[in-house]
Each structure stands twice: as structure tokens, then as C-alpha cells.
Write a protein that binds this ligand. Structure first.
Ligand code: SF4
Ligand code: SF4
Length: 485
């Protein structure tokens, strides 16, 4: 819709459309609307805006008009297009399919969220035939580009099922002319040259856990065989070298690493970032621990309050920005994904920060026995004997039944921010997402209560930090350089 020129009347009292706002530290006021645009106003400007006294023709009036904050000047087609762009994932179908190939693991991590059992346990491996069935089920998704992620326990403990599903997925993808991404999350302790070559030849991307320098990593990630950090570093270097070499026969992906912040990590942000830089990793994900599964039982030992994490995060991000200013290439993943939403209005694929969240409609987790859960976190609740988040079974239920399951509906409804009293008026609503599993585990209901919700406090702190940094030219320049143009 073409914009109308400002009239004398609109100059006198500009009509206000729907918006949310939040006062930031330093006195600035952030305005946002449902299309995901935002404006940062001084306190005086905000009062003018609130009272409809922004002078027509002024720079502020033009900015607010262009961003959809002046009702008489709204470009409704543009507004609708921005909403459609940021919610484009809604009709796509689940894109992430997590195959839990075994519950067995040879590590005993202090925060383990994956419901792992001992290496010698029996009866918790997925059979190769069932793994192939899971691949076929994943391929029923209407999403044009799915990712199948192999997890555990430690998935390399069930190499036969891993190999069978990789080969089957590659064959089916070729038959169907479909893009299928394959990904392995492994602690690398059982990696061999032969396995690595197979994974590379079949274009499986690789991700491992790296919690920082050796002493911290090995304290978090206890490995009876010793040297968890050494194995992670050895194979990270191997896959990085393969990525640099690239061969014409197949695509090779840059390996990545996942960090889990435990209580032991607090205060060690610089050493963690330095370790990632040392290993040539260009992204570090300062990922908070959630009190779900095993970590919930050990929260007093390994957990922390949201404010403790936020202090760690702010110090880590500050250090990363300083490194960037010195020409070092390193980004922080929470910031990158949030900035994609804030600056580009696109969905970065972070399923836990979508509205509704990614449970079932964005991802499915296939347990070793074929049970399908709304997500991997929901599977961990299932392991404790509560199948609230179970959406079906690969062998027994058709795809449509899983998609329309109670778990699917309940999670979608509970994670819709418009139904959350605090979220519906929160300035961060266009960029945020709530987690029904977290709410259920910490507050006893899928919807939870945001005023006392630890995850909400954490996300609010992350957004406050980013918007404060975006208000400063030097940090804004670096942060803008982290997102796609
Ligand atoms: S329930 Fe929580 S963990 Fe599961 S997909 Fe939703 S946000 Fe993510
Ligand atoms: S979870 Fe918290 S930060 Fe996110 S939209 Fe809701 S109230 Fe805002």
C-alpha cells in the first residue's frame, strides 16, 4: 500500500498502532511490533511518540512511519510480507529428525541431559532395520530440506545402525531427488580413520562437544578411558584439515563444536573463547544448561541462577567483541541467531526460539525403540517415566497421526506467545520463544508462568544485552557483520 503524505492533523496527533516497548539501561526505550521491526527512542522521544506529538516531517516521524509505528502511515502489504517472512517455517513441516541410535555412552558428563546409560548396558540400541524405518518416516515430512541428526548416548557405539541409516538416507534422497543433510553429534572417543572416511564420503557433517580448555572440559565431561578433551581436539583437527583440503568427489563440511556451560565454566569465559579460537572454530555457542533430565537432579552442584549465567555471557560476549576489533574471526551463536531475527527478519532455524516452538512441527526425536517424541528434551522427560511429549511410534503410527498428536497440539498451543500473558506484551515477543518442556520440568505446566520463569529471565537478559550493544556504534558495526546480508 502506498504511503500517504503526512497531514497537519497527523502531525498534531499521530495515531498509535499496536506496539510493545521496554526501557533499556541508560534510559533508551525500545519499540517493537509484530512484524519484527524495532526502533530505539530516547526517553523524551518516547514521551512524544506516546502522546502522538511527533512532528510530521521530522526525522523521527519518518523513521517511525517507515517502521510501522504510525498507524495512519502503515504499509500493510509490507507489514504482512514481513510477518510472512519471519514465520515462513510454519507450514514447512519438521526439518530436523533426531535419531537416538543408542542410550549407551562411555562418558559420565556432570550435566548429561541425554538420558545415557552405561556402555555395557543391553537393550537400548536401535536396530539397523528400525533405523532405516526412521529415515523413511523422516522423509515423509513435507519439508523440502530435512536434516537427519544421529545422536545418543554416544552414537558411535552403534556403528552398524549409523552406517545403515546413512547409506539408506543417501539412497532414498537420490531416488527422490531430495536434499537430505546428515549430521553426527559424537564425543569422538570411538572415532577411527575408517569411520571418519566413511562419514566424509557420505557427506555427514560432524559436531562434537567442547567445553573449553582440557581441565574444564574433562571436569565436565568425565570419561573413564581418560582424555575426552584430547579425543575431541584430535578429531576436530582431522575434520578441519579435510574441510580445508576439499576433494571433488564429495562435499566436506566444516566441523563444529557445542559448549555446555556448567557451574564450573562460570568465570572462565575468556579461556573458553580462546580455546575455540585456538582450534580455528569461528563460532562459539555460550549455551546455558537447562534443569531437564539428569541435570535437574544435579542442579545444586552444576546449575546456576539466570543472573549468574548472564554475567558470564556478558563478559564472554564483551571479550569476543574485543577479539573481533583486533581482527580475530569468532562469533557467538545465541547472538547470531537473535540478530538474524532482529536485523534481517528471518528465521535462523533455532527451534527453541520459534513461536510456536519446534516441537513436532519443526522437529521429531526418534528413540532407540522407535518411539517418537516432540523433541529430544521431551524424550528425556519420557525416560523419567512421563510420556507427555510422546507423539507416536515409527512402526505403529502414520505420519499424519504423529503430526496431529496431542503432544503436537499441546506444545504448539503452550508455546504460542500470544497466549502467554507476559509475552503478549513483551517487546521481545517478535524474536523470542518459550519452551513447554522447560516449563513443565521447572514449573509443572506446559505454559509455565513467565514472571518467575528462569528461561524467560535468561532470554530477556540476552535481548537486553544485544539491544544495548546495538545502540553503541562500535559494537553495532561488529554485530551487524555477523549476520547474513
Ligand atoms: S519443547 Fe522446548 S526443547 Fe522442545 S522444541 Fe519446544 S522449545 Fe525446543
Ligand atoms: S519469554 Fe520472556 S523475554 Fe521472551 S517474550 Fe516471553 S516475556 Fe518476553
Amino acid at each position: 500500500m502506498a504511503q500517504r503524505p503526512a497531514t497537519k492533523k497527523s502531525a498534531e496527533r499521530a495515531a498509535l498502532p499496536h506496539f510493545n516497548f521496554r526501557r533499556l539501561s541508560g534510559g533508551a526505550v525500545l519499540l517493537t511490533n509484530d512484524s519484527g521491526t524495532h526502533a530505539s527512542l530516547s526517553g523524551a522521544q518516547f514521551r512524544q511518540f506516546r502522546d502522538g506529538r511527533v512532528a510530521a516531517g521530522s526525522a523521527l516521524y519518518k523513521e517511525l512511519s517507515a517502521k510501522g509505528f504510525v498507524r495512519d502511515m502503515m504499509d500493510m502489504d509490507g507489514y504482512a510480507a514481513a510477518c510472512a517472512k519471519k514465520n515462513s517455517f510454519l507450514g514447512a513441516g519438521p526439518g530436523l529428525h533426531i535419531l537416538v541410535l543408542t542410550l549407551r555412552c562411555n562418558h559420565k558428563c556432570v550435566y548429561c541431559q541425554s538420558s545415557a546409560v552405561g556402555q555395557a548396558s543391553r537393550g537400548t540400541d536401535m536396530s539397523p532395520a528400525l533405523a532405516r524405518k526412521c529415515v523413511d518416516f523422516a522423509l515423509k515430512s513435507t519439508n523440502p530440506g530435512i536434516t537427519i541428526e544421529f545422536q545418543g548416548g554416544e552414537p558411535l557405539l552403534n556403528w552398524e545402525a549409523l552406517k545403515a541409516s546413512v547409506l539408506h538416507a543417501r539412497r532414498r534422497a537420490k531416488e527422490q531427488g531430495r536434499e537430505v543433510r546428515l549430521a553426527l553429534v559424537s564425543n569422538f572417543s570411538l572415532m577411527t580413520e575408517e569411520k571418519a572416511r566413511f562419514l566424509l564420503a557420505n557427506e555427514v557433517s560432524i559436531c562434537t562437544s567442547l567445553d573449553g580448555p582440557a581441565d574444564l572440559h574433562d571436569k565436565n565431561r568425565v570419561f573413564a578411558g581418560g582424555g575426552s578433551h584430547a579425543a575431541a581436539v584430535k578429531w576436530l583437527k582431522y575434520f578441519s584439515a579435510a574441510y580445508k583440503k576439499q576433494v571433488p568427489e564429495f562435499r566436506t563440511f566444516k566441523p563444529s563444536a557445542l559448549l555446555t556451560v556448567s557451574r564450573y565454566s562460570l568465570g572462565r569465559e575468556k579461556q573458553i573463547v580462546d580455546e575455540y579460537v585456538r582450534l580455528g572454530l569461528e563460532d562459539v555457542f555460550l549455551r546455558p544448561l537447562a534443569p531437564i533430565g539428569f541435570a535437574k537432579q544435579l542442579w545444586d552442584k552444576v546449575g546456576y541462577a539466570p543472573e549468574e549465567f548472564l554475567s558470564f555471557y556478558r563478559a564472554g560476549l564483551d571479550y569476543i567483541l574485543k577479539l573481533n576489533a583486533r581482527g580475530v574471526t569468532i562469533r557467538e551463536r545465541n547472538a547470531v541467531m537473535m540478530l538474524e531475527k532482529i536485523l534481517n527478519g528471518t528465521d535462523p532455524g533455532y527451534l527453541d526460539m520459534r513461536c510456536p516452538c519446534g516441537a513436532v512441527i519443526g522437529q521429531l526425536a526418534y528413540n532407540y525403540n522407535g518411539d517418537i517424541y516432540a523433541c529430544d528434551e521431551g524424550r528425556m522427560v519420557g525416560w523419567q517415566g512421563d510420556d507427555l511429549f510422546k507423539a507416536g511410534n515409527v512402526a505403529r503410527d502414520p505420519y499424519s497421526k504423529v503430526m496431529l498428536s496431542q503432544a503436537s497440539r499441546a506444545c504448539a498451543s503452550a508455546s504460542s506467545l500470544d497466549t502467554q500473558p507476559q509475552c503478549s506484551r513483551c517487546a521481545y515477543k517478535p524474536f523470542c520463544g518459550v519452551c513447554p518442556v522447560y516449563n513443565y520440568e521447572t514449573q509443572g505446566s506446559l505454559s509455565g508462568e513467565m514472571p518467575s520463569n528462569g528461561r524467560c529471565a535468561l532470554f530477556m537478559g540476552l535481548f537486553d544485552t544485544l539491544f544495548s550493544l546495538l545502540a553503541k556504534p562500535a559494537s553495532a558495526k561488529i554485530l551487524k557483520g555477523w549476520v547474513s546480508k
